[in-house]
Design a protein around this ligand. Sequence first.
Ligand SMILES: NC(=O)c1ccc[n+]([C@@H]2O[C@H](COP(=O)([O-])OP(=O)(O)OC[C@H]3O[C@@H](n4cnc5c(N)ncnc54)[C@H](OP(=O)(O)O)[C@@H]3O)[C@@H](O)[C@H]2O)c1
Length: 264
Amino acid sequence: MRLYAIFGNPVEHSISPILHNFVFKHTGFNGCYTKVLVENGQGLKDIFLGLQIKGANITVPHKEWAYRLADEVLGIAKEIGAVNTWYNDNGKIIAYNTDAPGFYESVRNFNFKQVLILGAGGTAKAIALYFRHKGYEPVILNRSAKRLSYFLEKNFQAFTWDEFRNGSYDLIINTTSAGLSDNTLPAPKELLEKIFSQAQNAVDVIYNKETPFLKLANDMGLITKDGTEMLLYQGILANEIFTDFSIDKKRIESLMRRSLELVG
Ligand SMILES: NC(=O)c1ccc[n+]([C@@H]2O[C@H](COP(=O)([O-])OP(=O)(O)OC[C@H]3O[C@@H](n4cnc5c(N)ncnc54)[C@H](OP(=O)(O)O)[C@@H]3O)[C@@H](O)[C@H]2O)c1
């Protein structure tokens, strides 16, 4: 049997094992996916190789360590500098970022040109670079200045709340953790109301809840989505890698969707 895992801290809330195990079970794939609490990111490689894990997802706060410790990084992850998926190729660690294409896939049915990203952390970097790769030029808006330097160096327009001059954006993406375990908005309410008054779509990467950000957007009549589809699509892409592309992608999607419905 092949062993798979999610590494993170905290990790107990993750529903990735349910998504992947459901696919394994219903396709007869001989695999099992579990959760491993990892406190020190530097130890990721020893755990992965020591337990002879075939594939892993890496979540907060270890995605940058996962990038540094990998033997080979493929695709857009090279530019992003953070990975969420490892594959064990006979002891060689091959790394990917499926968060960014997963997010992009989740908003493909929306109609948008101008994109505003709230937040400047790891998820914002991944989404901004991937959207640029797809021909968009997202603008970044963050609470504080420190994390903006990364975006400014890469020639993105990036602002703190105080510096921000209102433009017109079709798609607003919340990548901050505001609303994850508290009841806060990711930017001052008046600023968000101005931004939303010109926008059509709002998406939060936080999943399984209506955050204050999504509630305000819903109240103002925008079309909204939480992070469940991002979770789903990053999981589909990771599952394809884990199973050596041996399972049809549509089949993975329908099974993962069913498992999500079962867990509510
Ligand atoms: N759905 C999925 O599959 C999926 C995948 C990946 C991540 N996520 C979610 O994405 C979120 C961000 O993760 P990350 O790794 O990018 O985090 P991160 O690197 O720690 O960055 C957090 C960002 O949020 C901002 N922030 C935090 N609290 C805030 C508040 N109360 N008000 C305004 N801004 C605030 C920070 O601003 P400062 O710079 O000012 O501190 C920073 O820009 C998490 O909630 C995570 O669960 C979801």
